[in-house]
Design a protein around this ligand. Structure first.
Ligand SMILES: *Cc1c(COP(=O)(O)O)cnc(C)c1O
Length: 334
């Protein structure tokens, strides 16, 4: 079976770097949504807790339940709010308030410019009032930046709008935690002063800021490996796989390895093959459950830095990582 290795020392290096930026471990919430960006929810939650993080962020209640024992505080980004001592839920709309279970701990998400989820700035007081009437416990007020990873004034502009929101929340008499920073915002900011940052991609080892910003040294946590299924020797001119797209230029030994598009690995275009770190190009088309590579090693590293994959396929590393099937085994390495 293909497998994923998770490098504990790389992850801890990233978390150390990021908690220094945030001020302390208490100020770092690890985002574990979408199977911990494809790394595996449970192993990454356990490693985060072992490192000493207290806060996690997920998308749904079922994910929160699976990891709640490991943390003091779990923020759910998009599900029905219900009463639980550790779980808190982001309210993305006034309808979310109406749906929430009385007694639930909640964070109001304010739309300060991204226009994706969140309650309009003009409806803040209305939302605070509805939360109060419904008997919900307001624990946080949050927002999300649309362009923290772009060199422009947008981040500053949204940050300023959020500062005005904070003032209005305090004026309304609420004492809550404020949080707005994702990875890119935390990496670029020099004076982090909020209650915690919600960090995803940087914790997994990727600094997504463009080169004009100061680099933060982060180390990719995930490597993807595949195991050999079968080996054969091709004669010159023999073809490999569906459509026979690859033609052996000379006699060569090739093997199939057990990763394919059914596992969430990209099929891509056999005319522009992906090149593995140590075993050359993928030969011919990617099948549902297999790729062909030159040689006969028992196992091959498909990638150890998802940025090389995303650059090849013209996407972002978030997509490469989250696409990987949860059925692939995850192993922790040093
Ligand atoms: C996914 C997400 C994050 C984390 O973003 P990264 O860029 O991976 O750090 C933070 N906050 C919210 C609301 C999110 O949806």
């Amino acid at each position: 079976m293909a497998y994923i290795t998770l490098n504990r020392s790389h992850f801890f290096h990233n978390l150390t770097t990021l908690s220094l930026k945030a001020g302390s471990k208490e100020k770092l919430a690890i985002v574990l949504k979408d199977n911990a960006y494809g790394h595996g929810l449970e192993p990454m939650a356990r490693l985060s807790a072992e490192f000493g993080l207290m806060r996690a962020v997920v998308r749904r209640n079922d994910e929160a339940h699976r990891i709640a024992d490991l943390f003091e505080d779990v923020l759910v980004l998009n599900d029905r709010a219900y009463a639980h001592p550790k779980i808190r839920t982001a309210l993305n709309s006034l309808e979310d308030i109406a749906r929430a279970e009385p007694g639930a701990r909640v964070d109001v998400k304010i739309d300060t410019g991204m226009h994706r989820n969140g309650i309009a700035e003009s409806e803040l007081e209305k939302a605070l009032d509805a939360i109060d009437k419904k008997g919900l416990k307001l624990v946080g007020v949050m927002t999300h930046f649309r362009s923290a990873d772009v060199l422009s004034s947008e981040y500053m502009w949204q940050k300023k709008r959020f500062e005005m929101i904070k003032a209005r929340v305090k004026e309304a008499g609420f004492s809550v935690q404020f949080h707005s920073h994702n990875s890119a915002a935390l990496l670029r900011c020099e004076d982090f002063d909020e209650d915690f940052a919600r960090v995803g991609i940087a914790a997994y080892g990727f600094d997504t800021l463009p080169p004009v910003f100061a680099r933060t040294e982060l180390k990719p946590v995930m490597s993807l490996w595949a195991k050999r299924i079968a080996t054969r020797t091709l004669r010159k001119g023999e073809r490999v796989g569906y459509g026979g797209d690859f033609v052996a230029p000379e006699a060569m030994r090739v093997s199939t390895y057990d990763i394919g598009y059914g596992d969430g690995w990209r099929r891509g275009d056999s005319a522009k093959p992906y090149i593995t770190p140590r075993h050359g190009a993928v030969l011919g088309r990617v099948s549902m459950d297999a790729v062909t590579l030159q040689g006969d090693d028992e196992k091959v590293c498909i990638f150890d830095d998802a940025r090389r994959v995303s650059a090849h396929y013209g996407t972002i590393c978030y997509e490469v990582l989250t696409a990987l099937s949860p059925a692939i085994e995850r192993k922790i390495t040093e």
